[in-house]
Design a protein around this ligand. Structure first.
Ligand code: AMP
Length: 303
């Protein structure tokens, strides 16, 4: 099979500590990370595109050049006059990382503000991926627009994949967060939650409770990630457990779930064998947590 994989969301400028008071600039964001790993794992006959909005400043230009360099298509990306990308900085204190964000006025917040452009982008794709973070950064109205386009894509038979990626600080309240994430799942054919988040924020007592909750929302296929403790798949009611890979030393878990999703989808699109895709994705995610940073080069992934 071949086609276009479209990931929708926000990529930010990342500033990390480079020693002696210097900062290193990078680009990252959950849906961009997933596009990165999908690109690394899919054969060349697939195109991988990112859909977001950027500004017209030099940093937006650099960001688009970075995507292109990674083989991620930018042709669908909106450019908004007078705007700039969001930014976050990673601080280190006694080995503990903390994050500061400047993203309230980011161009990406308007990614769904033009319904026609969003529809064209989704219509041009065969597979659509978005997350709870994508929904969280949008206005109510724009989140509704994205959800209705995702439902339309699902109804037309496209694979629509959704990672709830629950980040309470991005939401104005728990009720809104629960309701909108549930709508995101309802609009998807495949949901890839992380059990730790679901237990913490939805109160799920077990992986089975997570699966039942998403099944009740009409999701056909569910992949529950649970860190080092393995992956539980429920595809159309058939349940399988896949063990995580053993990792000698966990260096940095940033992007573990995002890389798993990109690798899982890449494998699954080529061969619809969900347990095999999960075994492959567990290998890729294990390499990612063994390295620093969100975006690990293809050469280090063993793919
Ligand atoms: P999570 O979102 O934390 O459940 O992690 C996503 C995926 O990354 C998991 O399904 C595992 O495949 C992998 N992973 C995360 N943490 C570890 C770990 N400590 N050891 C091995 N694999 C891991």
């Amino acid at each position: 099979m071949s086609g276009r994989f479209l990931s929708i969301g926000e990529c930010m400028v990342e500033l990390s500590q480079a020693g002696a008071g210097l900062l290193r600039k990078g680009f990252a964001g959950d849906t961009l990370n997933t596009a990165w790993y999908a690109r690394a794992c899919l054969p060349a006959k697939w195109s991988v595109d990112y859909f977001t909005a950027v500004g017209d400043d030099a940093m937006s230009d650099e960001m688009l050049a970075f995507f292109e360099e990674a083989g991620i298509g930018t042709g669908l990306i909106r450019r908004i006059k007078g705007k700039a990308p969001g930014l976050y900085m990673i601080s280190l204190k006694n080995g503990e990382r903390s994050f500061s964000y400047w993203r309230e006025s980011a161009a990406a917040r308007q990614l769904a503000a033009d319904p026609d452009i969003l529809r064209q982008a989704i219509e041009s794709a065969d597979v659509i991926y978005f997350s709870g973070i994508t929904l969280a950064i949008l206005s109510h109205n724009d989140a509704d627009t994205l959800l209705s386009e995702a439902r339309r894509a699902k109804a037309s038979g496209k694979l629509v994949a959704f990672d709830p990626n629950i980040r309470p600080r991005l939401w104005s309240g728990y009720d809104e967060m629960h309701a909108t994430i549930s709508e995101g799942a309802r609009a998807a054919s495949l949901v890839l939650p992380s059990f730790e988040d679901e237990a913490l924020h939805f109160g799920d007592a077990s992986i089975d409770a997570t699966i039942q909750r998403y099944r009740a929302l009409g999701v056909r296929d569910i992949v529950v990630k649970n860190g080092a403790d393995g992956i539980t798949l429920n595809f159309g009611g058939t349940e399988t457990f896949v063990a995580s890979e053993k990792v000698e030393t966990v260096v940095d878990t940033t992007s573990a779930g995002d890389s798993f999703n990109g690798a899982f989808l890449a494998h699954y699109l080529e061969r619809p064998d969900a347990p095999a895709a999960a075994r492959f994705a567990a290998k890729v995610a294990a390499r990612v947590v063994s390295e620093h940073g969100a975006l690990v080069a293809k050469g280090k992934l063993g793919v």
